[in-house]
Ligand binder design. Sequence first.
Ligand SMILES: [Zn+2]
Length: 74
Amino acid sequence: MRFVNSDWSPGYINVCPQHIVIMVECTACGVQKPFDRDSLPKHLHHALIVEIEPLLKCSCGAKAAKMLFGYYVD
Ligand SMILES: [Zn+2]
């Protein structure tokens, strides 16, 4: 399966439909990994995407995350 970025953002995390796949891309090293909504602390459940992104740290050490919203294709 391949992730396709729809170049769309819900603005707020809580209005993102469940069927949308959220991927976190590190703009420093380029790695992409699926975002687990359940991992969000409660105080961020209604946060703006731009508020969440700076909090996500990549395994490379960079805090340069970009959240991508899209879907999988075979
Ligand atoms: Zn990285």
